[in-house]
Design a protein. Structure first.
Length: 685
């Protein structure tokens, strides 16, 4: 097949694809968008009520929170299960890494929000997943380095590019040609990075074969997007080919106009003939089955073409027409699957007729109220017509001179008030909508009579209504969400050729998908979204109580029924249900503790002997301490006795000394007295 034949084939596939331009599918999606935005139906009558009910928007906006809660309530949207015991650690790492890519490298919540909302409103939500190689640059700027430091820096940055370099004489050596120099430079290093990119595709930009039942079996799948010539050249396409592309005559589709009606006043873009780099063309990324090598077997090829002539774009002179292996980079979800066809039914399809009927009933009620408050009259030529047509509180209607009110010049035409008979019809329409969609007034919390009903009855009603929403969630999980994460897994294992270090569980972990041997089973973890958080928390607390009783029964947390890791899993689920990312802040992970070697459990007989030895040893130590205490007590008593004897002897000696001193003093005094007496007697004689 030559290039001209391929272009003709692509033109036929594009024009025959479902969703091309303004076909029946496009018209239905545009209608759904008009209903969601509450646009007029086109059957309005001037002078009567033109109110529009918003049942489509109300229903979709009430379903979205429940769906996003199911898929975003925990850190793991999906989980990879190992196929063998040797895959256990790799499956756990793959689960954490793929969820990390979805939520960190890409805006995971917003992707799910747009994907689900497109499906609920416009039949199918589509996302595109691909591997993107990009180039980043690391820069290192240095200022005024002397010669020796500059030489060392240049050696350290030998594999870096010097994009800027200036040198000047050192301060004070301006006129010396041999003076030391100061260097300022910018080092730049190119770093090639690759990552998985996920974007939402507007429904009108996605094309698929009309007879296709899924993306995997479609003979043609394409992505149509409007891009500028500058963007194409920046992406590496040859400028000569891009410059030859004429600007397309049509710039938007009916669906785009319906979506942008309230924000885009004109609905078209001005011509860019004066700025050729910004002219826009429609670019198609087509995945088509074609017998390119004429072997009788059609193989998948990826072709990028643009413009009304389907010109195949080129890079470095080589056409962007390459064989494609592996899955096509698109996933799709639909809320109501129609078996044996690709496009299903949206929630808007289930509600649009009710919105039209309800709006009609509301218009009739309001028009009836208008007629009751501003009724019609039969008048004669004796009435001032301007006064009668001006309806205001306290207004006066004048009659012609000489005319009297009782003569019957004004006769009112009575309009009966039928609003009371119409309200049951509105209730009936709301009940039909609730039965179709599962969105009840109990989900919304707007039932004024709920306090008069039992709690168990309300729970049963809500559980029955939530089955419809849970079915939509299960359909989303088993189709587009599962396919999306399978694509992410395929891309990282195919294209990531180097180790990447990311932060998981508060630790820096190296991730290398090339080391993941074998395959994994992909399962969607939507269990935490079943029921509300209070119900789930009650279930988890019941499990925790049962584990506590089992641990007490089996005499510890070493099994056989309950082990520490089971308790930790329960606490992880409780923390996640409470809104915490992990339970690591509250309890330790036993898996990490088990990584450290644990001492072996002792033999029971040996443990008994050791216990008896410990008892005898404790008894001997007690007797020894008692003997030591008695010995210390005896020594203390002896010491005290010796000290008392010494003190007694010292006191006795002191007393004897005092007595001897007193005797000596007494004898001296007596001697002196005797001498005195002798002298007196001599003088007297």
């Amino acid at each position: 097949m030559n290039e001209q034949e391929l272009r003709a084939l692509l033109d036929a596939e594009v024009h025959n694809a479902a969703g091309y331009l303004n076909g029946d599918l496009s018209a239905r999606r545009r209608k759904a968008m008009d209903y969601y935005l509450g646009e007029p139906f086109g059957n309005e009558v001037e002078g009567q009520s033109q109110v529009v009910s918003t049942d489509v928007a109300d229903t979709i906006e009430w379903i979205l929170p429940a769906l996003l809660k199911i898929f975003s309530s925990g850190d793991e949207t999906v989980r990879f299960d190992p196929q063998g015991p040797e895959d256990e650690e790799a499956a756990k790492q793959a689960t954490e890494y793929v969820n990390w890519i979805f939520n960190r490298d890409n805006p995971g919540f917003l992707i799910l929000y747009s994907l689900f909302k497109d499906a609920l409103l416009q039949k199918n939500g589509v996302a595109k997943v691909w591997w993107e190689d990009r180039t980043d640059y690391e820069e290192d700027r240095v200022v005024d380095l002397p010669d020796d430091a500059w030489s060392l820096k240049a050696m350290e940055r030998a594999d870096w590019e010097i994009t800027e370099h200036e040198e000047r004489p050192a301060d004070g050596f301006a006129d010396d040609p041999f003076a030391p120099r100061l260097h300022s430079a910018l080092f730049r290093k190119e770093i090639s990075k690759g990552t998985v990119k996920i974007v939402n595709v507007p429904p009108e930009e996605f094309l698929i074969s009309r007879r296709a039942r899924s993306i995997g079996d479609a003979a043609y799948v394409g992505h149509r997007v409007r891009r500028t010539a500058s963007e194409l050249i920046e992406d590496g396409y040859d400028r000569a080919v891009v410059d030859g592309l004429p600007e397309d005559d049509w710039d938007v589709t009916e669906e785009t106009q319906a979506r942008d009606r309230n924000v885009d006043e004109f609905g078209f873009e001005p011509s860019s003939t004066a700025n050729q780099a910004m002219r826009k063309v429609w670019v198609y990324e087509s995945y088509v089955k074609v017998d390119w090598d004429d072997d009788g077997i059609a193989e998948m090829r990826k072709v990028t073409h643009a413009g009304s002539s389907n010109t195949i774009l080129k890079r470095k002179g080589k056409a962007d027409n390459v064989p494609w292996e592996g899955p096509r980079p698109f996933v799709s979800v639909t809320p109501v699957i129609m078996p044996h066809r690709f496009f299903g039914l949206s929630v808007a399809d289930l509600v649009m007729d009710l919105q039209l009927i309800k709006s009609t009933v509301l218009r009739q009620i309001l028009t009836n109220l208008y007629l009751v408050n501003n009724g019609r009259h039969v008048i004669s030529d004796q009435v001032n017509l301007d006064d009668l047509l001006t309806s205001r509180p306290g207004g006066v209607v004048r009659l012609a001179p000489g005319a009297r009110p009782q003569e019957g010049h004004v006769l009112p035409l009575t309009t009966p008030l039928v609003a009371a008979q119409a309200f049951p019809m509105l209730e009936y329409l709301d009940s039909v909508r609730e039965n179709r969609t599962g969105v009840t007034r109990y989900n919304q919390g707007i039932d004024a009579n709920s306090l008069n009903k039992t709690a168990s009855g309300i729970t049963q009603i809500m559980s029955a209504a939530q089955q419809r929403i849970e079915l939509i969630a299960r359909v989303f999980a088993e189709t587009g969400v599962k396919d999306l994460f399978a694509l992410v897994m395929h891309l990282v294992r195919t294209y990531q050729d180097r180790e990447r270090v990311i932060r998981l569980r508060n630790q820096w972990v190296p991730i290398d998908p090339g080391r993941w041997k074998g395959d994994f089973d992909l399962s969607i973890n939507v269990g935490l979204g079943t029921g509300n958080r209070d119900q789930m928390l009650g279930h988890l607390m019941t499990i925790a109580t049962m584990q506590e009783k089992i641990i007490a029964f089996q005499g510890g947390a070493d099994g056989p029924l309950v082990k520490l890791e089971h308790v930790h899993n329960t606490l992880e689920a409780i923390a996640s249900n409470m809104g915490f990312r992990s339970a690591d802040k509250f309890v330790a992970d036993p898996a990490q503790e088990q990584a450290q070697p644990q001492p072996p459990r002792p033999d029971p007989m040996m443990a008994k002997a050791q216990a008896e030895m410990q008892v005898e040893q404790a008894k001997a130590e007690a007797e020894m301490r008692l003997a030591e205490t008695k010995a210390r007590h005896a020594m203390e008593m002896d010491r005290m006795k010796v000290e008392a004897d010494i003190a007694l002897d010292r006191a006795k000696a002191m007393a004897d000394a005092e007595i001897a001193a007193m005797r000596a003093t007494r004898q001296a005094e007596m001697g002196m007295a005797q001498v005195g007496m002798t002298g007196n007697m001599g003088r007297m004689s």
